[in-house]
Design a protein around this ligand. Structure first.
Ligand code: PLP
Length: 770
C-alpha cells in the first residue's frame, strides 16, 4: 500500500475544478495546523486552553457575520453544506407540523437545477417525518433562470421554497431580490432556503437585509478544508437541531466543534473582509480571466458551444460542449495534459447527461458532452496564463488524432490506422481505416457519432468506402443514411440498399463453404457481406479479410462484424416481430462454416467493455451456441431454449435489449502502483501498454517509463492489438496502465479472455504512480 506522503500531485497541474472543491489556501492550512498544534483546547472547557479555543470560535463567528452580512440571526458551524441543508429542511418541515397548516395540497418547491443535496433531502425528510407534501421542481428557462410565474402560482401552497444563489454546474446566478418579491408577495410566511455555497467570495451578500430564512455555506468551496461549513438562520425562522448531544453551539448543533476547520475559515474570512488584501479578486478581474479562457477555448475548439449565458453567470464557471467530441474525450485529454476539469460520464459504457442542462432544455449532445471549467475567486493571473497555455498544447494532440479539425490538418499525417471501436451507450460502432490507401469504412454508427466521423474523414481527406448497418429495426434512426448525406462528395455517389451496401458493389468472392458473396475493397482487403437473418429479417454480417484468387479462406479473415447475431456472452434476441429463430440457427451454422473458430468477432453491442470474442470462446461459455455449431440440437429445440432465454432478457432491468449476455472473465493480476517500478526492473521483458487514447498519450507520455518498452495501444484499438499479436499469447508479458486503472483493467481482462497468458494491470493508474 502507498504511504500517504507518496501520493503527490503531478508537477504543473492546472486545477480548474474549483466548483467541486478548492485547494486550501496556505493561510487557511496554516491556521488549521496552528490550532491543532497549539490551540487544541475544547472551546467548552473553562480553563485557559479552552478559553483560547473559544476565542477562535467566537471571532470566526463574527467574521462569518461580516462576510455574509448576517448582522442578526444565528450563525452555526456545521460539517458542510449538506448538513446545513438537512438542518434547514428538517427545521422547516418540523415547523410545518407544529403549525397545523390548513393547506389541502402542500408542496415543497425547489429549483430544477438545485444541487442534488436539496431535492434528495426534501424527499427523504418529507417521507421520514410523514409530511405528505408533494416535492415539486420549479422549472427554469433556457438560461437556467427560475420561472417566477410558476413560483407565483405555487407559493401559496408551499411549506418551503428552496433556491440557490448560483449553480454549481453552470455558474448561473438568480436574482434574489426578484425571487424574494415573488415569493413574499404570494406567501409572506413560507420558509425560504437559499443554498449560498457557490456564492460566497463571488457575490456580495447581505443576508440580514433579505427575508431568506436559511442559508447554508461550505468551507471546501472557498479554500477551506472539507468537513466545515456555516449555516445562517434568520432570527424569526423556526429551528430544530439536527444533531443533539452536549449542547454545543448554544444547543443548536451538538458535538465538539471542528476547531481546526473553524480556524481555517477564520483566516479565509479575514482575507475576504480585508479591502486592502488582493487574495480575493475583484469582479472585473474575474471577468477578464473568463474572457481570456473563453478566447483560448474558442480558438482551439471551433465547434464550441457554451451551455449558459455569460451575462447571467458568475465569471468563474465556463460550461461548454464541443460538437463531435464526447465529454469523456475532452476530460481524458485535459486530464492527460494535467488540466483538471469536470464533466463527462465516469462510467465507461453508459452515457449520462447533466440534469441541470436537461432542465435548461439544452440538446442531448450538449448535456452529454458538457465540460465544466471552474476557477476560483482567489485564482491568480499566472494560473490563468498557465491554464491557457496548457489548453492550447493539449488540444493540438487532439488535432493530431483527428478528433478536431484545424488549419494544420492538411500538413500532418494522422496516426489513426486499423480498427477502432467507438462506444456509445453500449452500442459499438466499428471504424476501420486503411491509412496507406486513405480509405475508411464505418459499421453500425449511432447518430451521436456522426460529427466525430465527419471530422475524422475531413481531417485527412479519407475516401469513405462504406457506411453500413448490420441490421435495422423499423423504429431506429438511420444513422448511416444521415452520415452518407452529410459526407456528400466524400463518398461515391451511389445507390445503396437499406443497410448502406452499394448496389454497384459487383465483385463476388467465394466463401469457405463455397457460397458466393458480394464484396467491396478497402486498401488491399475486402469487406464481404453475408446474409445472417434471425435477429431481424434483414440482418447481415460483414467480414473483413484478404481475398486470394477470388476466395476468402477462413484463415484469411481479420474481423467478423456480426451485428446482433453473435454477441460477447450471448446470441442476439430472436423474439421481435421481425425475428426468426430458425433463420438464426441457420445463420450461426453458416458463420461457423465460413469463419475460423479463432476469427475475431466484433458485435454491435458491448455491454461490459469486452470488445471482441471468438466462436471458440463463445462455445466454451455458451452450450446452446456450441450445440448449434456442432449440429447437436434441432431447430425446434434451439427455438424453445432461445425463447426461454429471451424471456429472461425481457424481465431483466438491465439494458441488455438486443442479446443475452453472460459474464465470464478471468481476473487479471494487479501490480500495485508502489510496486510498478520495481516490477518493471525485475521483469525487463515486460511491455507496458498505455491504453489511453492516442491524444492523451501524446499530451503526456509519462517519460519516467521511457526505459521500458512502452507502447500506446488505445483501449478503442485493443481488438486490433489482439489480432496483430495472436502469436505472442504465451511468450509476451504485458502491463496495462491508464489514467485511473479502469481502462487498463478492461484491457487486461480482454487480453486474458482472449488467451494472453501474462497480463497485468495497475489499479489507480498514472494518478497514483506519478
Ligand atoms: N450545494 C451546492 C450548490 C454545491 O455545489 C455543493 C457541493 O458540491 C453542496 C451544496 C454540498 O456541499 P458539501 O460538500 O459542503 O456538503
Amino acid at each position: 500500500m502507498l504511504k500517504l506522503t507518496d501520493i503527490q500531485p503531478q508537477q504543473n497541474e492546472v486545477y480548474l475544478d474549483n466548483n467541486a472543491t478548492t485547494p486550501v489556501l496556505p493561510q487557511a492550512a496554516e491556521a488549521a495546523i496552528h490550532t491543532m498544534n497549539l490551540c487544541y483546547g475544547n472551546p467548552s472547557s473553562s480553563h485557559m486552553t479552552g478559553i483560547r479555543a473559544k476565542y477562535i470560535l467566537d471571532t470566526t463567528r463574527s467574521l462569518a457575520r461580516q462576510v455574509t452580512g448576517a448582522t442578526n440571526g444565528e450563525i452555526i458551524f456545521t460539517s458542510g453544506a449538506t448538513e446545513g441543508i438537512q438542518t434547514s429542511i428538517i427545521s422547516a418541515l418540523n415547523a410545518s407540523r407544529d403549525n397545523n397548516h390548513n393547506i389541502a395540497k402542500p408542496v415543497l418547491l425547489y429549483g430544477a437545477t438545485e444541487h442534488k443535496a436539496v431535492p434528495e433531502t426534501l424527499k427523504h425528510w418529507n417521507q421520514m417525518l410523514n409530511i405528505g407534501a408533494e416535492v415539486v421542481a420549479i422549472p427554469v428557462d433556457s438560461n437556467g433562470i427560475l420561472d417566477q410565474q410558476f413560483i407565483a402560482e405555487h407559493a401559496a401552497n408551499a411549506l418551503m421554497v428552496c433556491t440557490m444563489i448560483a449553480n454549481n454546474e453552470t455558474g448561473v446566478f438568480q436574482d434574489i431580490k426578484a425571487l424574494e418579491d415573488v415569493i413574499r408577495s404570494n406567501n409572506p410566511d413560507v420558509l425560504w432556503m437559499v443554498d449560498c455555497v457557490q456564492g460566497l467570495g463571488k457575490i456580495d451578500l447581505e443576508l440580514s437585509k433579505t427575508t431568506i430564512d436559511y442559508a447554508p455555506f461550505s468551507g471546501h468551496k472557498l479554500y477551506g478544508p472539507k468537513g466545515i461549513g456555516v449555516l445562517y438562520v434568520r432570527e424569526s425562522a423556526p429551528y430544530t437541531p439536527f444533531i443533539a448531544g452536549g449542547g454545543q453551539e448554544s444547543g443548536l448543533r451538538s458535538g465538539t466543534e471542528n476547531l481546526p476547520g473553524i480556524a481555517s475559515l477564520n483566516a479565509i474570512f479575514r482575507l475576504l473582509a480585508d479591502e486592502n488584501d488582493d487574495t480575493f479578486k475583484s469582479h472585473e478581474t474575474l471577468l477578464a480571466y473568463r474572457t481570456q479562457l473563453a478566447d483560448v477555448l474558442n480558438e482551439v475548439f471551433p465547434g464550441i458551444v457554451y451551455n449558459h449565458d455569460f451575462d447571467c453567470s458568475l465569471p468563474t464557471t465556463l460550461n461548454f460542449s464541443v460538437k463531435g467530441l464526447s465529454g469523456k474525450d475532452i476530460m481524458n485529454l485535459f486530464d492527460a495534459a494535467k488540466i483538471r476539469v469536470s464533466g463527462g460520464s465516469a462510467c465507461s459504457s453508459k452515457v449520462a447527461g447533466s440534469f441541470v442542462l436537461d432542465a435548461m432544455g439544452k440538446s442531448k449532445w450538449q448535456s452529454e458532452g458538457a465540460i465544466r471549467m471552474s476557477f476560483g475567486p482567489a485564482s491568480t493571473q499566472q494560473e490563468i496564463d498557465n491554464a491557457c497555455e496548457a489548453i492550447r498544447n493539449a488540444v493540438s494532440a487532439m488535432q493530431n488524432s483527428c478528433l478536431i479539425l484545424s488549419d494544420a490538418n492538411d500538413s500532418f499525417d494522422s496516426t489513426a490506422n486499423g480498427l477502432q471501436q467507438w462506444i456509445y451507450d453500449a452500442q459499438c460502432t466499428w471504424c476501420y481505416i486503411d491509412k496507406a490507401a486513405k480509405e475508411v469504412i464505418l459499421i453500425d454508427p449511432v447518430p451521436e457519432l456522426v460529427s466525430k466521423f465527419d471530422t475524422l474523414v475531413s481531417c485527412q481527406n479519407y475516401k469513405v468506402k462504406a457506411v453500413l448497418s448490420t441490421h435495422k429495426h423499423a423504429e431506429q434512426v438511420d444513422a448511416p443514411a444521415i452520415i452518407r448525406e452529410l459526407l456528400g462528395d466524400k463518398m461515391s455517389a451511389d445507390e445503396f440498399d437499406q443497410l448502406g451496401w452499394s448496389n454497384s458493389a459487383k465483385t463476388e468472392v467465394e466463401l469457405a463453404n463455397g457460397d458466393k458473396a458480394s464484396a467491396l475493397s478497402i486498401g488491399e482487403k475486402m469487406l464481404v457481406k453475408v446474409a445472417t437473418p434471425g435477429h431481424t429479417d434483414n440482418s447481415v454480417t460483414y467480414i473483413l479479410g484478404t481475398v486470394e484468387n477470388g476466395k476468402l479462406a477462413s484463415e484469411a479473415i481479420d474481423y467478423v462484424f456480426s451485428g446482433d447475431a453473435i454477441q460477447i456472452g450471448g446470441i442476439g434476441r430472436s423474439d421481435f416481430a421481425v425475428s426468426d429463430s430458425d433463420a438464426l440457427y441457420d445463420s450461426i451454422q453458416k458463420l461457423a462454416a465460413i469463419t475460423n473458430s479463432q476469427s475475431l468477432i466484433c458485435p454491435a453491442h458491448d455491454y461490459k467493455q469486452l470488445f471482441t470474442t471468438t466462436l471458440s470462446i463463445e462455445s466454451l461459455n455458451n452450450s446452446l451456441l456450441a450445440a448449434v455449431i456442432k449440429g447437436d440440437i434441432s431447430k425446434a429445440e434451439f427455438s424453445a431454449e432461445k425463447a426461454d432465454m429471451d424471456k429472461q432478457i425481457e424481465h431483466s432491468a438491465d439494458t441488455q435489449l438486443c442479446g443475452n449476455i453472460k459474464e465470464s472473465i478471468d481476473p487479471s493480476i494487479d501490480v500495485t502502483p508502489d510496486k510498478l517500478v520495481s516490477f518493471l526492473v525485475e521483469h525487463d521483458d515486460v511491455v507496458v501498454l498505455d491504453v489511453r487514447e492516442s491524444h492523451e498519450y501524446e499530451a503526456n507520455r509519462q517519460e519516467y517509463l521511457a526505459d521500458q518498452k512502452l507502447v500506446n495501444i488505445p483501449l478503442s484499438q485493443i481488438t486490433e492489438f489482439v489480432h496483430d499479436h495472436s502469436n505472442d499469447k504465451t511468450d509476451a508479458s504485458y502491463v496495462c496502465i491508464c489514467r485511473s486503472g479502469a481502462r487498463s483493467d478492461a484491457a487486461a481482462k480482454t487480453l486474458k479472455r482472449m488467451g494472453f497468458e501474462n497480463v497485468y494491470h495497475v489499479p489507480g493508474g498514472f494518478a497514483l504512480v506519478s
